[in-house]
Design a binder for this molecule. Structure first.
Ligand SMILES: NC(=O)c1ccc[n+]([C@@H]2O[C@H](COP(=O)([O-])OP(=O)(O)OC[C@H]3O[C@@H](n4cnc5c(N)ncnc54)[C@H](OP(=O)(O)O)[C@@H]3O)[C@@H](O)[C@H]2O)c1
Length: 343
């Protein structure tokens, strides 16, 4: 009896908010070595990464990436181990990171040009961290901060979704560069974590201040010298308040607008502030910057291996828990990098 690969496919496109009914469970046999083509590798996934970008891929409309096809395995980053290999560069037992999708196993054509499979060293960095601070989210934080915001010691840097996979990296990297760092996060526990564990100077709880005027007042109190760099993960009310606090020639790295992913994004209240304060506002997609990967992962890997970069994970158990965990991420129910443990 061949082993079974449990999978989750995109069953239907969301109308408004995504629901569990949009996902479809499926299964397929796991191939044997004899059935594996030359150059291919069979990977057993240990963790699946759940990321906000997946919500955009569920829509029909084309964004910076093609929509996820209906009936196909949901896209997703994975880490795991090589179970079978017909490729000389991969041996059984190698720990690997790839784009295996929402399933327990994947077959990768490792000989294909641009194949998404890399070996990782887990001697000093845990395997799951290659989906977090030493993987795509970490490099995202590194790119927006180092390449776009270009922080200088003594400047004030603000980051939203501060306790999350990207935000936590941004804040710690900015602290290491001598900045005053202020996070924005949802709830007292996340804010306490950001200040007490991650070492930010302050954190503004957007849930405690749902009224835009009250939120602005709290942000103003936390940023007495204004804001020089803002790393945008959320949008909506938070961006409006930040724009009112930006110093002249400030820089904004536009990474995400998660507040609008599951419905209608809110329009910017006062775009003229970009001109008035001569701001640099730059959006970016991390996958378009493979050139920074070696430098960024070197710094991030060293910081994680030496305990100078802290990270937190929300781990859902088993593939079947992925849809609920993903929907929770879009509502801020995760606390740190959202993963699904598959083994
Ligand atoms: N441009 C790129 O290449 C790139 C790459 C990776 C990620 N991103 C973006 O980076 C951002 C953070 O991603 P991540 O993986 O690090 O996720 P994350 O921060 O680990 O989790 C998402 C967080 O967003 C906040 N959030 C969710 N829904 C919200 C809402 N409706 N209003 C306000 N806040 C909400 C919640 O934090 P609170 O509870 O603290 O509000 C939630 O915990 C996302 O916008 C994502 O799309 C962009």
């Amino acid at each position: 009896m061949p082993a079974i690969n449990h999978q989750i496919l995109l069953g239907s496109r969301p109308q408004g908010e995504a629901t569990v009914a949009n996902f479809q469970f499926s299964e397929a046999p796991v191939p044997t070595l004899e059935a594996l083509a030359e150059g291919h590798v069979l990977v057993r996934h240990h963790y699946l990464s759940l990321d906000p970008y997946m919500r955009g891929r569920m829509n029909e409309s084309r964004s910076y990436a093609e929509p996820q096809p209906l009936g196909a395995v949901m896209i997703g980053g994975t880490v795991g181990e090589v179970l079978l290999s017909r490729h000389p560069k991969f041996a059984v037992g190698d720990r690997v990171v790839g784009l295996g999708g929402w399933q327990e196993y994947s077959v990768v054509d490792a000989s294909a040009r641009g194949a998404m499979l890399s070996k990782v060293d887990t001697t000093h960095v845990p395997l799951s961290a290659y989906l977090g601070p030493v993987g795509m989210p970490g490099v995202t934080g590194w790119y927006g901060l180092v390449q776009i915001i270009q922080p200088k010691a003594g400047e004030t840097v603000v980051v939203s979704a501060a306790s999350g996979a990207v935000g936590s990296v941004v804040g710690q990297l900015a602290k290491a560069r001598g900045c005053r760092v202020v996070g924005v996060a949802g709830g007292p526990d996340k804010c306490a974590y950001v200040v007490d564990e991650l070492g930010f100077d302050a954190c503004v709880d957007h849930k405690a201040h749902p009224d835009p005027k009250a939120f602005y007042k709290a942000l103003k109190d936390a940023t007495p010298d204004g804001i020089d760099g803002y790393f945008e993960n959320v949008g909506g009310m938070i961006l409006d308040a930040v724009l009112l606090r930006m110093n002249a020639f400030g820089r904004i790295a536009v990474c995400g607008f998660i507040a609008g992913y599951n419905g209608e994004p809110t329009p910017l209240q006062n775009p003229a502030l970009i001109l008035v304060n001569r701001l640099k506002v730059e959006g970016f997609i991390v996958s378009e910057h493979p050139e920074v990967w070696p430098e960024a992962t070197k710094e991030l890997g060293t910081l994680v291996a030496t305990g100078r970069m802290k990270f937190r994970e929300s781990v859902a158990q088993g593939l079947a828990s992925a849809p609920e965990a993903f929907l929770g991420l879009l509502k801020g129910r995760n606390f740190g990098k959202q993963l699904v443990k598959l083994i």
